[in-house]
Design a protein around this ligand. Structure first.
Ligand SMILES: *Cc1c(COP(=O)(O)O)cnc(C)c1O
Length: 314
C-alpha cells in the first residue's frame, strides 16, 4: 500500500431505502474515511501528497475558498507529515463568512494568500517563484499557474474508488445501474468515469452540479476523466441558483436523512446532490433498479448549517 494512503480503507456501502419509483438506494460512506472528518478530499489529497513526494517537492501549495473541504484536508495532511502548506484563496465579494473548514485549516497551520478572482494565475506564479527564491521546491496541486497539467493525479483517486465499487458489486451480487454524486471541480466524477472506461462498466455516472453551468462544468469533468467528446451525465438542473444556495426541499432531504438513517448531509454538496438525485430518478429513472449514492463527506459544512440555524433562532 502506498505510504500516503495508509488511512484509506475501503469505505462501507450501506442499503438505505426503496423509492416510490421502485429504485433501491445504496450509499457509499466516503464520509467515514478516517482522516480529518473524511470525504472525497481525503483520497484526492492523499493522491496529491503522494505525487508531491514522488516529485521530490517540499512545499504544498493548494487553492480554493476559505470554506473548502479540500483545503481543510490538505492542511491537516501536511501538518501531520510536517510539510509546510500554503493555500491561495480567491477573495469573495461581500462579507466573508468563515466556517469550520476555515478554522480547521488555520489551526493546522496553513498559510493563506488571498487574491482577486481575476489574478489567480499571477498569484500562483508569484507564490511559486517566491517559494523557490527561499530555497523550497513548491508543489502546486493543480499543475501550472492556470490550473492545468495535474489531472492524472486527481483522476487516480476516484479511479481507484471505482474499482472498490466494482469489487463490492461482485462480492455482494448487486449491480448498480447508476452512480450519483455531487460534482464540483469534476475531479471525483472524472476519476469515476476513467475507472468505468478502464473496467468497461456500463452504469450511468451522474454528477449533480453544485455550482457550475453545463459548458464549463462538463468540460472540467471530461478533462479530469481524460475523455474527448463522449457524452457524460453532468446535470445542472438542481443547482438551486448556485454554489451554497439551498431551498426548503434540500433542507427537507437533510432532515429526513438524519431522521431515517442518522446520516448527516450538508446543503452545499451532499444534500443538494441527494435532492437532485431524487428528482432525476423521478424524471428518468424508470429503468433503474439499483442506485449508488456516493456520500462525498463535507461534515464540517453540516455543522456550519446547524450553526447558521442556531443564529437565526437566537
Ligand atoms: C469537493 C466536494 C465535492 C465535489 O467533488 P469534485 O471532485 O470537486 O467534483 C463533493 N462533495 C464534497 C463534500 C466535496 O467536498
Amino acid at each position: 500500500m502506498k505510504t500516503e494512503n495508509r488511512f484509506l480503507k475501503p469505505t462501507p456501502v450501506q442499503y438505505l431505502e426503496k423509492l416510490p419509483g421502485g429504485q433501491e438506494i445504496f450509499i457509499k460512506r466516503e464520509d467515514l474515511l478516517g482522516f480529518s472528518f473524511g470525504g472525497n478530499k481525503c483520497r484526492i489529497g492523499a493522491a496529491f501528497l503522494e505525487d508531491m513526494r514522488r516529485r521530490g517537492a517540499d512545499y504544498m501549495v493548494s487553492y480554493g475558498s476559505r470554506k473548502s473541504n479540500l483545503n481543510r484536508v490538505m492542511a491537516a495532511l501536511c501538518r501531520s507529515r510536517k510539510i509546510p502548506c500554503l493555500i491561495i484563496s480567491p477573495q469573495e465579494e461581500g462579507v466573508q463568512e468563515d466556517g469550520f473548514n476555515a478554522v480547521l485549516a488555520d489551526d493546522m497551520g496553513a498559510e493563506r494568500v488571498f487574491c482577486e478572482r481575476s489574478a489567480v494565475a499571477d498569484t500562483v506564479e508569484d507564490t511559486l517563484r517566491s517559494l523557490k527564491a527561499r530555497g523550497y521546491q513548491p508543489y502546486y496541486i493543480y499543475g501550472d499557474a492556470h490550473g492545468m497539467g495535474n489531472e492524472e493525479t486527481a483522476r487516480s483517486a476516484y479511479r481507484d474508488a471505482y474499482d472498490e465499487i466494482r469489487r463490492w458489486e461482485e462480492k455482494n451480487q448487486v449491480e448498480f445501474q447508476a452512480i450519483f454524486l455531487a460534482s464540483g471541480t469534476g475531479m471525483t466524477q472524472g476519476g469515476l468515469l476513467a475507472g468505468r472506461r478502464e473496467r468497461g462498466g456500463r452504469e450511468e455516472i451522474v454528477g449533480i452540479s453544485v455550482a457550475r453551468e453545463e459548458k464549463a462544468g462538463a468540460a472540467a469533468v471530461r478533462r479530469y476523466a481524460g475523455m474527448g467528446n463522449e457524452s457524460i451525465c453532468f446535470e445542472t438542473d438542481y443547482r438551486c441558483g448556485g454554489y451554497g444556495i439551498y431551498d426548503a426541499g434540500i433542507e427537507n432531504v437533510i432532515q429526513t436523512m438524519m431522521e431515517r438513517h442518522g446520516i448527516a448531509l450538508d446543503p452545499v454538496y451532499t444534500g443538494k446532490a441527494y435532492a437532485g438525485m431524487l428528482r432525476w430518478l423521478d424524471r428518468y429513472g424508470d429503468k433503474i433498479r439499483n442506485v449508488l449514492f456516493i456520500h462525498t463527506g463535507g461534515l464540517p459544512l453540516y455543522f456550519d448549517y446547524l450553526n447558521k440555524r442556531m443564529e437565526v433562532e437566537r
